[in-house]
Design a protein around this ligand. Structure first.
Ligand SMILES: [Zn+2]
Length: 430
């Protein structure tokens, strides 16, 4: 809304006036607050469409339990009786969000995705009929796998590249979902970046980002993935901005502006620290978890873009759908893979309820995609078990691995997801 002051007319009638009230106090969206690297300056006026769409109780529940637990938004989101005041930009600018007086009075939220219960019943055997499912195979792979640090190789074995492996899963998943009636949309098709950024063009941004985080001694280049000083290197940070930040921002643009799916499935393989990629460590641990968006920290919410993204995510009300679909897929994946739940030790993730496989964490992809996101982290690629299965490649039927018949790891992964989605939509579309 580019800084102009807007106050709703008092002539719109008492009820509407109660529900609709947006005032940009001070110089909101024009003034520059802190922004993360490659983040566009938020257009706070976009929040206008959320006026009167949420009750105070629901806003507080989502803020305290999901998005900013532990008072992380204190001083940045202030909840009053009739509305919330959200800091917007520098110089004390803020946005007032008016709550709905009751659930009955809450206006619907305008959004591009549909929850399963809004879709109506599907035909027998085609529970995903008409559901728009975007598949987002994580990372880029191919010639980019090494700089992504999603590459390792043991002796003469096939290199393990996460970005390539998730494409194999995506191919099987697409077939399965289409046979269940889904309209499948691919967030990427091949082993090339979606973003037009390249590391060479991001060196200045990398320098600024290093300075922002207080790195006083930096160096230009680095000698490889085993170089412990690479985190202070301009080149390494420019690469990170390219393959993570720039790439995910480009994918989010594609998801939200073009694909507009009902749900996005983000495919990853997990890993434990493997050390030197040319002499990687294999571990015993092999596990599964899924990530939902939330648990923003106070340090993250100080960034204008992250605070804005959090408020959009909260007000977009994807939480209940994201939770329900993720739970169905987690249960199915656990049954199909037999993997144990992963436990976060640090404080950057919280549980999403009682399901041991579900965790809440603020990731760029699950934050920027406005639709519900099913974000999977099954299999530890450098576990002995998963490594042996990855080396066996993709095949039909079963093969004996480690003394028992196993389905191809890629097909098992795809089957776990598709059976979970089928169960969820079958149950919810009646
Ligand atoms: Zn990954």
């Amino acid at each position: 809304m580019s800084g102009l002051r807007r106050v709703w007319s008092r002539g719109v009638g008492a009820a509407a006036h109660l529900l609709l009230w947006l005032a940009v106090v001070g110089s909101a969206s024009g003034a520059g607050g802190k922004l993360g690297p490659l983040a566009p300056r938020p257009d706070w006026g976009e929040l206008e469409k959320f006026q009167g769409t949420i009750t105070r109780a629901e806003f507080v529940r989502l803020l305290d339990r999901v998005y900013a637990p532990g008072g992380a938004a204190r001083g940045m989101v202030t909840v009053g009786e009739e509305g919330a005041v959200i800091s917007a930009g520098a110089a004390g600018g803020s946005i007032r969000l008016r709550f709905a007086a009751s659930e009955a009075e809450a206006r619907g939220v305008g959004r591009y995705w549909r929850a399963a219960r809004e879709m109506g019943p599907a035909r027998e055997g085609r529970p995903l009929e008409g559901v728009r499912v975007a598949i987002d195979p994580g990372h880029i792979g191919g010639q980019w796998a090494r700089i992504e640090e999603r590459w390792f190789q043991i002796g003469g074995g096939a290199p393990v590249m996460e970005g390539d492996m998730v494409m194999v899963v995506a191919g099987h998943l697409r077939q399965r979902l289409e046979s269940l009636g889904a309209r499948v949309l691919m967030v990427r098709e091949g082993l090339e970046p979606v973003t037009r950024h390249r590391p060479e063009g991001l060196m200045d941004e990398a320098r600024a980002w290093l300075a922002e985080r207080g790195f006083r001694f930096t160096k230009e280049g680095y000698s490889g993935p085993h170089d412990p000083g690479r985190f202070a290197s301009v080149r390494w940070n420019a690469e990170l901005l390219f393959y993570r930040v720039g790439e995910i921002r480009a994918r989010a643009e594609r998801v939200n502006a073009r694909l507009r799916p009902d749900v996005t499935v983000c495919l990853h393989f997990n890993a434990e620290d493997w050390g030197d990629p040319a002499r990687p460590t294999l571990v015993k641990a092999n596990h599964l978890h899924l990530l939902l968006n939330g648990r923003y920290g106070a340090d993250e919410l100080k960034y204008d873009d992250q605070r804005f993204d959090m408020v959009v995510k909260l007000l977009g009300r994807s939480w209940p759908e994201e939770l329900a679909i993720s739970e169905a897929v987690a249960n199915s994946m656990a049954r199909v893979t037999g993997l144990q739940p992963y436990e976060y030790a640090g404080g950057n993730a919280i549980r999403a309820g009682r399901n041991p496989y579900l965790w809440v964490r603020n990731l760029l992809a699950n934050r920027l995609y406005q639709c519900p996101v099913v974000y999977l982290e099954p299999y530890v690629m450098n576990s002995r078990e998963a490594y042996a299965r990855i080396q066996a490649g993709d095949y039909e039927g079963t093969r004996e691995i480690g003394g028992r018949p196993r389905e191809s790891i890629f097909r098992e992964y795809a089957r776990g997801i598709s059976e979970g989605l089928a169960a969820y939509y079958r149950e919810s579309r009646r």
